[in-house]
Design a protein around this ligand. Structure first.
Ligand code: SAH
Length: 344
């Protein structure tokens, strides 16, 4: 039995197999990995790709992650925060364009207290009963996660960044705790959110061993979504001299994750599209089934600068939507107007 069949049939991978797949130059092996991952994705989701409208709420952040352009120590980052009205406008526009999931992402901006955020979520829930509300606002208290859930949020994205505590401490300042981030993910799941974890591929100090731990962590958490994209070296950050993550490694990991977790929601990320003009299409062809076009207001797009050279910062939401639809159609895939929930 080939190594790819083995991974698919057992839904498991050994450290040696991971090492082999990430380092091989055997094009046939990689093509068989890709084809198997796409076949598994097809068997669950067909040629349908779910779209989520991304609304970038705020570029203020209290954290100081060593890789991120929005870290609080970056005095050159342009800070903005959407008003309540701007957020509703984004949703309105997104709904009209066919989005049935709104992803509200932002830095950890202290302005968005529960007091301010809860009525916003409740209003969106009331106006769009047929839509999913996804939050990606970093680490908050359990009570806050619960209150946001009760107000109508359905999903939460919080990348674990790395499943290795030592690796985590080389990517984050000492005041940030790996254990706390992991605790947040389990709390979110317990509350009832559909949960997404994930990591950057090729982040500084990442090894095959830390990646293996990432895969094991995903196995134990059993998230509904897994977001991965290449690390992108970003100016004015302490890690700016490290090289970008590799597109090819990201694609291989997407395929492996699809084989290990046939039902998981797996986005072809903007970071992948940033490092390669066909990165997102390649992501879909390696088993991804989600894309997240940008719904943020044009005048703030370029200021949600988590990494350098981010794509899609100059187009209206409608253009982004049309562009991604066209790109997917060209490779034989279709976007659907649906919430796109995880299915057991
Ligand atoms: N504050 C939120 C949202 C973070 S931005 C939170 O903490 O969850 C979303 C993701 O972008 C991060 O989790 C990180 O994995 C990724 N990211 C940040 N900087 C990056 C960089 N330089 N290159 C690639 N991805 C990056």
């Amino acid at each position: 039995m080939s190594i790819v069949d083995q991974i698919r049939d057992t839904k498991d991978i050994t450290p040696d197999e991971l090492n082999l797949i990430l380092n091989t130059e055997d094009k046939e092996l990689i093509e068989s990995l890709r084809a198997a991952a796409r076949e598994v994705a097809n068997s669950v989701y067909g040629n349908k790709v779910f779209t989520r409208g991304l609304i970038e709420l705020s570029s203020f952040c209290r954290n100081d992650c060593l890789y991120c352009g929005l870290r609080r120590s970056n005095g050159e980052a342009v800070r903005y925060r959407l008003s309540e009205e701007q957020i509703y406008k984004c949703c309105e526009n997104g709904y009209r364009l066919g989005f049935r999931t709104f992803v509200m992402q932002g830095g950890e901006d202290g302005w968005f207290t529960d007091e301010r955020l809860l009525p916003i979520i409740a209003n969106i829930r009331k106006r769009y009963p047929d839509c999913a509300i996804t939050l990606s606002l970093g680490e908050r208290s359990r009570d806050s996660y619960q209150a946001l859930y009760d107000a109508g949020a359905n999903r939460y994205l919080l990348r674990h960044e790395t499943a290795d505590p030592d690796h985590y401490s080389r990517l984050h300042p000492a005041e940030m705790s790996w254990q706390h981030r992991i605790d947040c993910l389990y709390q979110l799941k317990e509350i009832g959110y559909q949960v997404g974890c994930g990591f950057m591929v090729g982040s500084p100090y990442q090894t095959v061993e830390t990646l293996y731990k990432d895969l094991q962590f995903i196995r134990s958490l059993q998230p509904h979504m897994v977001g991965i994209g290449p690390f992108i070296s970003t100016h004015n950050t302490p890690l700016e001299t490290f090289p970008n993550g590799k597109v090819s490694t990201t694609l291989r990991l997407l395929a492996i994750i699809r084989l290990l977790h046939p039902h998981v929601l797996l986005p072809a990320t903007t970071a992948l599209g940033t490092l390669h003009p066909q990165g997102r299409e390649q992501g879909i062809l390696h088993g991804a089934n989600v894309v997240m076009p940008n719904l943020s207001p044009l005048d703030h797009r370029k200021d949600y600068a988590i990494y350098d050279n981010k794509i899609c910062t100059g187009e209206e939401a409608a253009e982004c939507q049309a562009c991604i639809e066209h790109r997917l159609r060209r490779i034989g895939f279709e976007t659907v107007v649906a919430r796109g929930d995880f299915k057991e």
